[in-house]
Ligand binder design. Structure first.
Ligand code: SF4
Length: 386
């Protein structure tokens, strides 16, 4: 409803002004942005400012700010008068993500398939560990990076998520697990879901600021990890912001030639350039960098791969996370014996390395698998999945 109201307002205004097409399009975009703002995209100061603009008192802004972070939609903001709730619907989009599917793994991992306001689907995964709950969040619908082992990028990029949509995943999962602002059910966040976070840089940065707000979920930067396939320039930009978040690089091979076979981004930046940017990140933030390394059969787990890794990473303060690749139609993982063998070689070379346990492999654990299965299943039974 809010959408239709806002849109007709735009059309009316456009007709009155008789703008030329190009200017009209730009203006329409700006007005739509203005009319349909997601409350979870705004910090407290911005919420108060926005309320002032639409002639609502700031104490109401504070109430609404808190309700939104409790994953409560306008109709259930029980201490607000009805006419105020109606006005909010005119000016803001719904903060709710519809949970289309929820799968629980034997190991406790929960995978959510959320539907956005425009019917696009994204995945969010909650991993329950002894030291707390880690939430793996999506930053885009689809991805344009084209890594051959990844289901998320199979259909390219559809669109970036807004900061509010990235934020909403944390707010939603916290509430769905009985959490609130005083008793949070999420301890850590990893931006490793669908999408390349640094390809949606501004919204990712805005999200990092929002999630750390004292009056919000208040998750410390040190408990957040941003993962990238290797956008060197953006790594440097992030380092210059001097946030204290962790950075993970999906390396998967120390050789440019092999990386190029599986990750198109390797045609743009070499492993040496990437390592230099990681050193810069460490210098700026003093945060040890993570190197993600998926073991792929017949590709990246020979003695020479280990030796070249040692060579490449020798001056970098980093830790290597090995993980066995989730099988897909293009590539296979390795046997447990081979994985252990490679881990031992790296350890003997003096590298800091651990083997990461796969979580949720019985529930379409790899990023993008659940969405793709859901779409296929829905098609198979003749139902519109979106
Ligand atoms: S692995 Fe990450 S960067 Fe690569 S295609 Fe998948 S989502 Fe994109």
């Amino acid at each position: 409803m809010t959408k239709f109201f806002g849109y007709s307002k735009v059309l009316q205004a456009e007709n009155l002004c008789g703008f030329k097409l190009k200017r009209r399009k730009k203006w329409r975009k700006e007005i739509l942005k203005e009319v349909h703002m997601n409350l979870l995209s705004l910090n407290l100061t911005e919420t108060i400012e926005k309320f002032k603009k639409i002639n609502l008192p700031s104490y109401r802004a504070k109430q609404v700010f808190a309700w939104a972070r409790k994953f409560t939609d306008f109709d259930n903001m029980s201490d607000l008068p009805k006419d105020l709730r109606a006005r909010l619907k005119e000016h803001f989009t719904s903060i709710l993500l519809a949970s289309e599917k929820e799968l629980v793994s034997k190991d406790g991992t929960v995978k959510y398939l959320f539907k956005l306001n425009d019917n696009n689907l994204i995945e969010t995964v909650l991993l329950k560990q002894s030291y707390g709950n880690t939430l793996c969040i999506s930053t885009q619908v689809g991805c344009r990076m084209g890594c051959v082992f990844c289901q998320s990028g199979a259909n390219g990029l559809i669109r970036n998520l807004t900061a509010g949509e990235i934020h909403a995943q944390a707010v939603a999962v916290n509430a769905l697990n009985g959490g609130n602002l005083e008793n949070r059910k999420i301890t850590n966040i990893v931006l490793m879901g669908i999408g390349e976070p640094l390809d949606n840089f501004d919204n990712t940065v805005k999200f990092l600021r929002l999630i750390g707000e004292e009056s919000g979920l208040n998750i410390s930067m040190r408990n957040i990890t941003v993962s990238t396939c290797g956008l060197k320039d953006k790594i440097i930009e992030l380092a210059d912001l001097n946030f204290q978040c962790n950075l993970a690089l999906s390396l998967h091979s120390p050789f440019d030639k092999i990386r190029k076979q599986i990750m198109p981004i390797a045609n743009k930046y070499t492993v040496l350039e990437l390592t230099e940017s990681l050193k810069y990140y460490f210098e700026k933030t003093k945060r040890r960098v993570l190197i993600e390394y998926a073991l792929i059969d017949n590709l990246n787990n020979r003695q020479e791969d280990a030796e070249e890794l040692k060579n490449l990473l020798k001056d970098l303060c980093c830790h290597i996370n090995l993980i066995n690749l989730n099988e897909n139609k293009n590539l296979k993982g390795v046997s447990d014996e081979k994985a252990l063998e490679f881990l031992t070689i790296l350890q003997n070379l003096g590298l800091s390395v651990t083997m990461r346990k796969k979580s949720g492999s019985d529930i379409e654990g790899a990023c993008g698998q659940l969405k793709s299965k859901f779409v296929k299943d829905s098609d198979a039974i003749g139902r519109d999945s979106k």
